[in-house]
Design a protein around this ligand. Sequence first.
Ligand code: SF4
Ligand code: SF4
Length: 481
Amino acid sequence: MSDPSLLKSEKRVLPTLNDDGTRRWLKPKHAEGRYDTARKVVGWGLIVLFVLLPFWKIGGHPAIWLNLPERQFVFFGKVFLATDTEVLLLGMLSIFITIFLLSALLGRVWCGWGCPQTVYMELVYRPVERFADKMAKRFGQRSLASTFKYLAFLLISMGLAHTFLAYFVSVDVLAQWMVSSPFEQPAAFLIMAGTVGLMMFDFAFFREQMCTVICPYARLQSALLDKHSLIIGYDRKRGEPRGKGATKEIKKKLPLLERQHGDCIDCGACAAACPTGIDIRDGLQLECIACAQCVDACDNIMDRIGAPRGLVRYSSQAILEEGEKKKLIRGRTVVYPFLLAGLLGGLAFAVSTHQSTEVKMLRGTGAPFTVEDGVVRNQIRIRISNRTEGSQSYALDVIGPEGTTLLAPVNPLAVEPNATESALVFVHAPQAAFKQGDLQVKIIVTTDGFREERPFRLLGPMGTGNVKQGKVRSSPPRLKK
Ligand code: SF4
Ligand code: SF4
């Protein structure tokens, strides 16, 4: 019971909040129709793809593998390391621009048709709940139906959680986790149990709150859409003034001018079908995930009363509210494709020029060089990423003026497949070879079928003589590399 002393708001503050502040549990009424059928085809296709992808192996790796513990990412046979910043950055930017472009053109199509939250909620969990509710109504066994529902939710959540985890640990490791005792692998067991718990929490309890409260995409909507973007909207001009009398007027085939009402019969079917609890007749709202359930619900009503379909339909604000025409070419629909093409081109180049070995060199920390007995010593950190499928031993050497040598605590440096190792090496060079404090040498990294000669600028004293710690310089040398 709500407190009568509390001021009542004129309108519902949040679609999922009752007047007394308690959660308004939504049980949307399923509306069948052309969009519902199309969404089922797309949604089940995505579910099948999601389940099968971790089993698909290319070059010995899963097609998609986000191997966070080893900081590797595998996409369709290509292995990327966390150090592949340019590829990862270009990939992330391409994803963002694709989302911007899709939103500008098709509105929240991802939310309604592709997002796993919507797909699993509406195609898997919700039908189970409806079935349990139907059984409870028919046989009057509420607690039995509720037990069945939560058991089914638990089983689905287990399947979903394990599929999700397979993307991070691979199916092979997951299979080992699943057959071993929780006491043998407590960490693995806790990860699996925690993920199942999160899925249960999300799909059995949190539900539409994920879209309306947590997901940032809804909040970005106003920035990503413009008035020409595809949205689901209510044709106010055609529907208003709404009222029950509209049915009779439509059935009598009265011309619009002679009617008291618009085409909306105020049946509430659109709002009853909405999985986020909104009424599309109130205009575009951030809670709308563009699932098109209200379109199917309203079309079914229009069919029944003999009015044309499309009172609620895919359209744009410009068309529905300002009577403008469809406009595909706009600033953002021109700029985004150009940006995307540039990013994808850069990404394709970065991926195609990926070498089997990546070598990076950095100066050691501390003093840039030391000098002793006419020998200048530079410290270099060499980082080698082995992208091949076998272990490699990398021999390190230097080419420079006579007397130049490379000292490394470990040489050759062993690097596991798809791993990165670093070695701190010292290059000794005669002080007499330095000109103006500089000496160009080449650091050589070789292994089977791979050789890289990388120029490197050694730093040394500006003057000559036995000088220590580079103190001959009046200012620190410029560090180019
Ligand atoms: S308003 Fe319509 S399209 Fe938007 S979420 Fe509700 S039912 Fe789906
Ligand atoms: S389903 Fe259609 S007719 Fe019924 S209330 Fe919604 S807009 Fe009006």
